[in-house]
Write a protein of this length. Structure first.
Length: 476
């Protein structure tokens, strides 16, 4: 079955066909690190982490790059307010971001490039755009000639004339004097007296916002990437500008990204107002997870299809809490029955029934996720499966092998959502069985499965040591 995803660029669902078979290059616009993240920021991280996890579940090797914007006017102002350098402030909030992501079990990116670490590459990229006639210097600034890029507005479905009319009403007299056209955007900004600046051929200054992602995406993933993700608010102008910069740089020989995915907002209040720092209606993630189980917040953010908005309120959290408890109960019952199999012979008829129900459930789960990562329907498939599993667990006698298979399957499926719910310590016998399965997988050169087992055991604080005499383990 082919994965279908909604491509913002074409405004339709398309079959996902990566550039290189079995591999996916994935770029996600990361945070501007001048403050702690709010739950709206976390929604984007969770949405694309879930998509990444499903692609990995499907066997793809995913190179996932997400940047940190550590050069920005907001960072400079916040640093002055806190009495820190811009780098010290960025380091502080990058560390806080990673801590918050660990709390809600977002996987680390393959690479987290920072603007400050890529200034020479940014300057070189701008030089190429100037040489090709797509950019020009003006009073120490450098601007992109937007009207020269014929496809400008394609991603956001806007015309150049409409964009020009809108921009002309927003720019200042000073900007108007510097720009050839109201819709041109800054690639490099003269810094004046600011300490956050670098020497360049045009001025001592710093990069504009949009150029950084073009440079870092192509540097770490190549001139064309498979998937580019971000919030709906980045569709214009940020992602539109990324396309213009990147494709002009490559002389239109390479589309910047094959598939553009944009996640919906987190809304607040009865009027469904978007959560944002600029509106002052945000709730910090680290404050929320002090009050609620981080897995409940993770579930809430992952339980709605990524393109749809999520309403954040007490009712939403209460619903997520109830559903997480239902999943925890299932995992706890499985763990208990693996240690208490009951007396007598397990029914082969009931075993066959539950196996058939599980197969139907997994098929429904995959069908939902392959339909533009419809997590809501995928979770419904898990809950439908769990009814049959509970009925089996109600039997006087149950089969250990079947319970092991169900347990591993549930860990695998819930792991796609980043949910770690089993509060029961892993049994020694289960560890030994998993090690045996891992060894067999390695013999069969199924290294992906072997790595999955090793990584899962590590998450349970169980450390493996492969020796010439065999695999030893200990609890960490």
């Amino acid at each position: 079955m082919a994965i279908q995803l909604f491509n913002t660029l074409t405004r339709q669902k398309e079959n996902f066909i990566p550039l290189e078979e079995g591999k996916v290059s994935f770029y996600l616009c990361g945070p501007t690190v001048y403050n702690y993240i709010h739950i709206g920021n976390a929604r984007s991280a969770v949405a694309f982490d879930t998509i990444r996890r499903y692609l990995e579940y499907r066997g793809y090797e995913v190179n996932f790059v997400s940047n940190f914007t550590d050069v920005d006017d907001k960072i400079i102002k916040a640093a002055e307010k806190e009495g820190l350098t811009a780098k010290e402030l960025s380091d502080k909030y990058i560390a806080a971001y990673k801590e918050d992501m660990r709390a809600i079990n977002v996987k680390p990116a393959s690479n987290n490039p920072r603007v400050m670490e890529n200034i020479p590459e940014i300057i070189d990229f701008i030089k190429v755009l100037i040489d090709k006639g797509y950019a020009y210097e003006s009073q120490g600034d450098v601007y992109y000639r937007t009207a020269k890029f014929e496809k400008y507005g394609q991603l956001s479905d806007q015309s150049i004339s409409d964009l020009r009319d809108g921009a002309s009403q927003r720019i200042t007299d000073e900007e108007s004097e510097k720009k050839e056209n109201a819709i041109d955007f800054a690639l490099w900004k003269a810094a004046g007296k600011s300490a956050v600046s670098w020497e360049s051929p045009w001025s001592k200054g710093r990069p504009g916002w949009h150029i950084e992602c073009s440079v870092m995406a192509t540097k770490y993933l190549g001139e064309t990437i498979d998937i580019h993700g971000g919030g709906q608010d980045l569709q214009f102008p940020h992602h539109e500008n990324e396309i213009a910069q990147s494709e002009a740089h490559s002389d239109y020989s390479h589309p910047f990204a094959k598939y553009w995915l944009h996640n919906g907002f987190v809304t607040m209040g009865s009027n469904g107002e978007k959560m944002s720092k600029s509106l002052g209606n945000f709730v910090l993630l680290r404050d929320i997870i002090k009050e609620y189980d981080p897995m409940v917040i993770r579930y809430l953010l992952a339980s709605v299809q990524y393109r749809r908005p999520i309403r954040y309120d007490a009712n939403a959290i209460a619903t997520a809490s109830r559903e997480v408890e239902r999943l925890k109960e299932l995992m706890d019952r499985l763990a208990y029955r693996m240690d208490h199999l009951g007396s007598g012979q397990a029914s082969l008829d009931r075993e066959q029934e539950v196996r058939e129900a599980i197969k139907e459930g997994v098929d429904a789960f995959n069908q939902a996720m392959e339909d533009d990562f419809n997590t809501a329907n995928a979770l419904s498939a898990i809950f439908e499966m769990s009814k049959q599993i509970h009925r089996y667990l109600d039997q006087e006698a149950v089969a250990l092998q079947l319970l092991k298979e169900i347990n591993q399957l549930m860990y695998q499926l819930l792991g796609i959502f980043g949910l770690e719910l089993n509060s029961t310590e892993v049994l020694d016998s289960e560890i030994e069985n998993l090690i045996e399965e891992r060894n067999q997988s390695r013999k069969e050169k199924n290294f992906q499965r072997a790595d999955e087992i090793r990584d899962w055991l590590k998450e349970q604080n169980i450390l493996l040591d492969d020796t010439p005499q065999g695999t030893r383990w200990k609890r960490g």
